[in-house]
Each structure stands twice: as structure tokens, then as C-alpha cells.
Design a protein around this ligand. Structure first.
Ligand SMILES: [Zn+2]
Length: 236
């Protein structure tokens, strides 16, 4: 099991950790700040270093089959640190921060367009959501204006935990589930955007919506008779 440090502090860029497992193409530490690929958000990239000048580039991060162990994938042929060694993990922060901004923007997009979300994906400063919206006409300029108003409100983004039972009793909270919260651990992580949005989410977010910056609606596509795909892009 890997302690997911990104869950309590998404702004952590560097940490030390102990090597639990080091095999070709597979590195496991006791804790990590690398977000594992899931629910539309890509796995983090970065670098690990250890004593004696050891260094390896991490190209992707994934969950193991148990969904509790986080596996870091190094570049092919990269040297492995010895098991038990203390290493320093450094995140590719530029990329991660752009994903955090895009991810939080998608929460706001789901406020502007309050329809069931059937899919989504987070990129570097861009993202998309698919809405089961029926025959509703989507006005690009209006969506863009509303989205930027919510960003400019600079609302606070907070996380808190509730029990699986509480979540079940409040099933209306399960609005998007773009990044599926880990259920079955007794508790679920809720992400609240002050006064605007509340939903279970296991992803990484910025602390205030103002950090997202200006957003543009890049496209609205028909994905079937009743489904619409909305793409956003952020400035910078
Ligand atoms: Zn989220």
C-alpha cells in the first residue's frame, strides 16, 4: 500500500520516500506525490533521485490491481534504486498544475451545464466532458461567459471525507463522478467548491477557482442523438 500524499496536499512538489519494490519498469514507494492515472486524469510524470547520483525519469503513474499500491513507471532501461533506499520524488509540476487547473475547470463546467456526465478527460491545460443533455441546444458564447464568471468568483475549493453510508443516503451528491472516488474503504472524498458545487472526487484540484485563469470553449460536438461533448482550453 502506498500513502497518497497528493490527496491531502495537491501542491506538494517534492518529498522523500522509501523504496518498497524496484523491478524493471516498476517502482513502488511507501508514499508518493505522483497521481496515478484514473477517471480521465493522466498519471503524473517526474523524476526520482537517490544517494550516489542515482536518477530515473518517471513517465507515468498507475494503480496496481489492488487499487491501493501506486506503481511508478520509469523510462526503459533506467537504473533502479535498491529496495529499502530513501529516494527523493520530484513532480513535473508545470504539467501537474495545468492538469489541476483544467480538472477544477471541469467541475465548474458541470455547474454551468447541470446534466448527467457520461465521460471526461483532463489534459494539460485542456479537458472535456460528455453530457447526457438530451435535445438541449448548447450556446458556446453563453457557456463560456458563465464558466469564466464562476472562475472569476475565486471560490474556495475544499475537500472533506464522509462515510460510504452517508454518500449512499445522499445519492444526489453523485453528480459527475468523473474521477471515481474510491468506494469500499469506508469513506469517500468530497470536493466542495464553495457555494457552487459538491461532488465525490479523488482527483487533484486548485485551492481557488481564480487560479484556473481564462477558459475558452474549444468545441461542442454531437456524440450521438442525446450526448454532447464540450471541450475547454485554458490560457497559459
Ligand atoms: Zn475533481
Amino acid at each position: 500500500m502506498t500513502e497518497p500524499l497528493f490527496r491531502s496536499d495537491a501542491y506538494l512538489r517534492q518529498t522523500t520516500a522509501r523504496v518498497l519494490e524496484a523491478a524493471p519498469g516498476r517502482l513502488v514507494f511507501d508514499r508518493t506525490l505522483f497521481y496515478p492515472r484514473g477517471g480521465g486524469q493522466p498519471g503524473d510524470r517526474g523524476e526520482i533521485t537517490w544517494a550516489g547520483g542515482g536518477q530515473a525519469t518517471i513517465t507515468d503513474t498507475v494503480y496496481d490491481a489492488d487499487r491501493k499500491t501506486i506503481v511508478h513507471i520509469p523510462t526503459e532501461g533506467a537504473p533502479s534504486p535498491p529496495s529499502g533506499e530513501t529516494v527523493t520524488l520530484a513532480l513535473d509540476w508545470t504539467t501537474r498544475y495545468r492538469r489541476m487547473r483544467a480538472h477544477t475547470a471541469l467541475h465548474l463546467l458541470s455547474v454551468v451545464l447541470p446534466y448527467p456526465v457520461t465521460g471526461g478527460s483532463v489534459g494539460d491545460g485542456e479537458g472535456r466532458l460528455d453530457f447526457d443533455s438530451g435535445e438541449v441546444a448548447f450556446e458556446k458564447a453563453e457557456i463560456e461567459r458563465k464558466l469564466n464568471d464562476l472562475i472569476a468568483a475565486d471560490a474556495e475549493v475544499e475537500t472533506r471525507w464522509i462515510s460510504d453510508e452517508e454518500l449512499e443516503a445522499n445519492s444526489a451528491l453523485v453528480k459527475t463522478m468523473m474521477v471515481k472516488p474510491p468506494v469500499g474503504h469506508g469513506r469517500v472524498r468530497l470536493v466542495s467548491i464553495s457555494g457552487l458545487d459538491l461532488q465525490p472526487c479523488g482527483g487533484t484540484h486548485v485551492l481557488r477557482t481564480g487560479e484556473i485563469g481564462r477558459a475558452t470553449i474549444k468545441g461542442i460536438e454531437k456524440k450521438g442523438k442525446l450526448n454532447r461533448r464540450v471541450r475547454i482550453e485554458l490560457e497559459g
